[in-house]
Write a protein that binds this ligand. Sequence first.
Ligand code: SF4
Ligand code: SF4
Length: 178
Amino acid sequence: MLNYFKEIFVGIKSLLIGMKVTAFYGTKRTITAHYPFEKIPVTLNFRGHIDLVVTKKGYHKCITCGMCERACPSGCITLDSVKPEGAKKKKLTGYTLDFTKCSLCGNCVETCPTNAIKYSNDYYLVGTSRHDFHFDLLDRAMKAAEEMGIEWTEPVEKPKEPKEPQAEGGESPSPAGA
Ligand code: SF4
Ligand code: SF4
């Protein structure tokens, strides 16, 4: 008989302890996010896939040197460029990243001489096929500029200065009175 009441007492005590814990956490501020409706902001040092940096003038900083492509140990980067007739510099026409092969080693970012690439903070990546992770970074940069309210503006290359005719004997003509 004594055991019977003892068990009831232990049961009620355990129930009250449980309710106390529930009441304590039930009245505290929610610290979980209602994913996917809510997203947690990522820290600044988060390494997502790479992206082209968009300048304030609304263009990328890539000079198509190809160093990132050569530095990538996994062959994730494919660059396309053309040299328009009469132009001094090549123009970037495509920058593709195969993120399925990327190890986020950072070689490309560290190698770039113009700091033209950065890590994105894009962690919300879902896809139904590996092709969903082949990113056109040039297209992404244009869309990023649009989201930032910046017009995508290709810099105009200065025309080549015509060379001054060489004087006989190979010396440049001296200015009058010199
Ligand atoms: S982070 Fe590394 S693996 Fe990924 S694209 Fe850059 S160099 Fe290649
Ligand atoms: S290393 Fe930088 S500048 Fe050179 S091709 Fe890659 S992104 Fe462009």
